[in-house]
Ligand binder design. Sequence first.
Ligand code: HEM
Length: 392
Amino acid sequence: MTTVPDAPVPPTGPAHPAASAVRAARRRDRRVYTRSHPVLFALLAATRRRPVARIGGTVLVHGTEPCRQALTRVPLDRAAPGTTGGAARELSAGGLLFDQEGAGHRAARRTLADDLGAAGVERLRPVWRDVLARRLAPLGAGRDVDLVPLARELAGATVHALLRTTGDPEGIAKAAAEAAAAAVRGHLPGPRPPGTARAAAAATARLEALLAPDRPGGEPEPALRAILAVAAVNTTVAALPRAAAWCADARLWEQAADDRLRPALVAELVRVTAPSPLLPRVAAADADLDGCPVRSGDRLILVARHAARAHDRLPDALCPAPHAVAQLVFGAGPHSCPGARLARAQLDDTLAALAPHRPTVRRARVDRGAALPGWRSLTVRACDGDRSREER
Ligand code: HEM
């Protein structure tokens, strides 16, 4: 396995976490990659010194500016097999958003603008705050809490409220995870395991049934509902437990408890965890990325994790990375993530709810079968001082 050189550790002091704690946090988080995709992680680590590197017909894009250019200036074949748009198309018979262009794409985005804008997020907030209050209550009694099922219920409940579905939150989250995992299995290099297409179709049918609107003619249309559910659930279930583990291991709870610092901490933790670390795309025309010629039909692997400097710039709420760099974990240009505001609000509330307990990680198990790198289970417990504080 290629060793990854250590990133410089920021200065330590009362406001800064200890260097050893930061290293421990980074070591644990890296396991979600090294245990699930060790060869891919090694390949990406080995090539990342070059902003753009070609291997046969595949162009690996690690640099911040080349990644942004690939998303905003290079014409892309949004429906090509092996891309996110191609997967979305298979997932929901025709797909939506990821594989769309032009006026149709703009119209689909407009249908989300209200629900995922500032007012929409505030409307949804009580839904996940309720899940957090209920699921985190055992911490106050000194009991363990697994943050992965919590994240699943939180994501499922949000989708349930956003799309006003008949299906229950946990069923939606499970079906969305299965649909994404089946779609990703079908797109990994090498032969497709037998039954992959059938499994993906069955998982999608289960999801679409759960997402049926709770009243006739409910908006948006079924394909968009499925895409939204898959995009929202899988990123949230990957992101929340990883960010909480970082906070616990690097002892960042003081910053998490501070209302003024927490937004910067949230942006930094989303940046260093880069929950959607690779964006597979296909070029639709010849182009140039940082001096590397790109030909129409070339496969582009945009390494959002490296473009956002997750690997070599540690999270620092006191001196955060520029917004344009941190924002790259949500993509760039017309297809950039419409759920970014919602995702940040959910992480902000999760850290605020955890902070008074100063939890530490008791057990962590990597999910090797998930669509995105993450934990299968991440159990935390309030630090010893927490109970005595509550009892006083
Ligand atoms: C930390 C959480 C999240 C991360 C890291 C993330 C990341 C991304 C990325 C990288 C893209 C592709 C952008 C591009 O191609 O330029 C994307 C697209 C998308 N995301 Fe997210 N996302 C997150 C949460 C969410 C949530 C909560 C929702 C829905 C409520 C959502 C809905 C979508 C949709 C619908 C698209 C497709 C947009 C389009 O093609 O126009 N995401 N996301």
